[in-house]
Design a protein around this ligand. Structure first.
Ligand code: KIV
Ligand code: ZN
Length: 523
C-alpha cells in the first residue's frame, strides 16, 4: 500500500497485456511472470479475466494461490456469474481484489449495452455490492470513462463508492484523452464526488495516440494514486501505459512530482526481458528505459560530454534500471559458483537442476565464443523460463546453399515418442528449406508471419537471436518462437521448432473457449 506521497502500481500485464496477438500464455508462465512482478515490487497484479476461459480461470487461481507479496486481482463484468467466477479463482489469495467494470460513455450505452444512464448506475451498484459480499477489496471501472459525460461520470463514481468500491478506476479505454483534459477529469472527480475520499482514484490509459504515459502522469499530478500499466507497454491495440516509463519518470523527476513508488527499479530490465521472452513481443530498439539503445550514446559531441561528466547527457544511470554491464563477465574457465553468482546478480532464481543445465549450455557457448557477456547469459537463462515442452527436438542439421545451388536442408528430429526421423527439403534459401523440412517431419503446417535476427552482443562471434511468429490457419492466434546460437541458421531451426512445439502444446492443452466480448468490444 502506498504512503501519502506514494502511488500504487497496478499491473495488468497478465490481463490487458495479454490481448495482443500471440501474447496469450500458459499458467506456469503466468505464475513465473507474476512472481517476477511481485519481486519487482508491484502492489496489485491483475492476473486475468476468470470467466473468459478455463485457462484464464486456472491462471488467476494459480497466481492467487502461489504468489505472495502483492494483491491479486481478477476482472469481472457487472453480472453475478462473472463475479462468482472471479471470486472462485481469487479466494485463496492473501490479498484478493475483484475488479468489476461496466461501460458508461454514451456511445457504449447506446450501441453496445442498450441501457439508460439509470440502468447503468443500477447495474454498477448491484454488482459492486455483490462483489463486496465476497471480497473486501473492490475496484470499479466505468469503462470508456474518458469519453463519458462528466456529470454522469461523477454520479456513477459516487454510487460505486457508496456501494463499497474502495478503488475507482477511470479508464481511457480507447486512448482518446489528452493530458490536460484527462487531468481535468480527475480534478473534477475530486472536487465534485462527495465521498471521493473513501476511495483511491486509479487511472488506466491506452496508447492509441501515443499518450498513455503522459496521460497517466498528468492524472497523478491531478491526484490519482493508482496507475494501471503493463511491462513494455504491451496491451490491446497500441498497448497500455508502460510501467517502466511511469516509474522512471516519477523517480528521475522526483523534484517535480514528489511521488514515490514501491518498484525496485534495478529489476526493470530483467522483468522487461522476461515478459518479452514469454509473450514473444520484442521490445523496439529505441524504447525508453528498456530498449537496447536507451543508454547508447553515438553522437560524438555526446560521447565527449559523457567522458567529461556523465550527467551532461545522461539523466538516468543504466544500473538504476538493471541494464546489464557490457564488460566481460565469464569465460570457458569459469565454474558453477561464478555462474550462479552472476545469475543471481542478474536477478534470476534458478534451482540446482536448472543451474546444471544452464552450466552445460554456458560451457558449450564458451567453447564457441571466448567472451560470455551478461546479455549472452540472459538469452541462455530465458530458454529455461519458457514453458514450451520440447515435443520435437533438433538432433542435427545440414544445409547446402550458395549462388549456384538449390538451397537444401536435411534435418534430424527427435519425435515425441523418442524416435529420430530425418527428412529433407529445398527452398528459396537455407532457412526456407529448413522450415519446409521441419514441416515434413512434424506434419504441422504454418505460415511465417514475422522473422527477425539480431546480434545479442557486438563482435563477429556474437550469438544471433532469431525470433519469429507463425500463424496456423485453423487457429485464432499466432505462435512465437525464439532461439539463439552463434550460428544463425541453427538458431532459425531451433526458433522454428520452438514455435512448432508451442502449436503442439496448444493442441494438447486446448480447452473450448467461451467467446465473450473484451472490454471495448461488446463486454
Ligand atoms: O481499457 C479498459 O477500459 C479496461 C477496463 C476493463 C479497465 O481494460
Ligand atoms: Zn484496458
Amino acid at each position: 500500500m502506498a504512503d501519502a506521497n506514494g502511488i500504487r502500481n497496478f499491473h495488468t500485464t497478465l490481463r490487458d497485456g495479454e490481448h495482443p496477438p500471440g501474447a496469450s500464455r500458459y499458467t506456469t508462465e503466468k505464475v513465473e511472470v507474476a512472481r517476477a512482478l511481485a519481486g519487482l515490487g508491484v502492489d496489485i497484479i491483475e492476473a486475468g479475466f476468470p470467466i473468459a476461459s478455463q485457462g484464464d480461470f486456472e491462471a488467476v487461481r494459480a497466481v492467487a494461490a502461489e504468489v505472495a507479496g502483492a494483491s491479486v486481482c481478477g476482472l469481472a463484468r457487472c453480472n453475478e456469474r462473472d463475479i462468482d467466477r472471479a471470486w472462485e479463482a481469487l479466494k485463496f489469495a492473501q490479498a484478493p481484489r475483484i475488479h468489476v467494470f461496466l461501460a458508461t460513455s454514451a456511445i457504449h450505452r447506446e450501441h453496445k449495452l442498450k441501457m439508460t444512464r439509470e440502468q447503468v448506475i443500477e447495474r454498477a451498484v448491484a454488482s459492486v455490492r455483490q462483489a463486496r459480499e465476497r471480497c473486501a477489496d473492490i475496484e470499479f471501472s466505468p469503462e470508456d470513462a474518458a469519453r463519458t459525460e462528466i456529470d454522469f461520470l461523477c454520479d456513477v463514481v459516487q454510487a460505486a463508492i457508496e456501494a463499497g468500491a474502495s478503488t475507482v478506476n477511470i479508464p481511457d479505454t480507447v486512448g482518446y484523452a489528452v493530458p490536460t483534459q484527462y487531468a481535468a477529469v480527475i480534478r473534477t472527480l475530486r472536487e465534485r464526488v462527495a465521498n471521493i475520499d473513501r476511495a483511491v482514484i486509479s487511472v488506466h490509459c491506452h496508447n492509441d495516440l501515443g499518450l498513455a504515459v503522459a496521460n497517466s502522469l498528468a492524472a497523478v499530478e491531478a491526484g490519482a494514486r493508482q496507475v494501471e500499466c503493463t511491462i513494455n507497454g504491451i496491451g490491446e491495440r497500441a498497448g497500455n501505459a508502460a510501467l517502466e516509463e511511469i516509474v522512471m519518470a516519477l523517480k528521475t523527476r522526483a523534484d517535480y512530482f514528489g511521488i514515490s513508488t514501491s518498484i525496485k527499479t534495478e529489476r526493470l530490465y530483467p522483468v522487461s526481458r522476461m515478459v518479452s521472452t514469454v509473450t514473444g513481443l520484442t521490445v523496439q530498439r529505441n524504447k525508453a528505459i528498456v530498449g537496447r539503445n536507451a543508454f547508447a550514446h553515438e553522437a560524438g559531441i555526446h560521447q565527449d560530454g559523457m567522458l567529461k561528466e556523465r550527467s551532461t547527457y545522461e539523466i538516468m544511470r543504466p544500473e538504476e534500471v538493471g541494464v546489464p554491464r557490457t564488460d566481460l563477465v565469464l569465460g570457458k574457465h569459469s565454474g558453477r559458483h561464478a555462474l550462479r553468482e552472476r545469475v543471481n546478480e542478474l536477478g534470476y532464481r534458478l534451482n540446482d537442476a536448472q543451474l546444471e543445465v544452464l552450466f552445460e549450455d554456458f560451457k558449450t557457448l564458451a567453447d564457441k565464443k571466448k567472451e560470455v557477456y551478461d546479455e549472452d547469459l540472459i538469452v541462455l537463462i530465458e530458454k529455461h523460463i519458457q514453458d514450451v515442452p520440447a515435443h520435437w527436438a533438433l538432433v542435427s542439421l545440414h544445409t547446402v546453399a550458395g549462388s549456384s545451388v538449390v538451397p537444401t536442408a536435411t534435418v534430424r528430429i527427435r519425435r515425441p515418442d523418442g524416435e529420430v526421423v530425418q527428412d529433407a527439403a529445398t527452398g528459396d534459401g537455407p532457412v526456407d528449406a529448413i522450415f519446409k523440412a521441419v514441416e515434413r517431419v512434424t506434419g504441422i503446417a504454418a505460415n511465417l508471419r514475422e522473422f527477425a535476427v539480431r546480434g545479442v552482443t557486438g563482435g563477429k562471434d556474437a550469438q544471433g537471436e532469431v525470433s519469429l511468429e507463425l500463424e496456423v490457419e485453423s487457429d485464432d492466434r499466432s505462435f512465437h518462437g525464439r532461439a539463439a546460437s552463434t550460428d544463425i541458421i541453427e538458431a532459425s531451426a531451433e526458433a522454428y521448432l520452438n514455435a512448432v512445439n508451442a502449436i503442439a502444446t496448444r493442441r494438447e492443452r486446448d480447452q473450448p473457449r467461451e467467446v465473450i466480448g473484451r472490454p471495448g468490444a461488446g463486454a
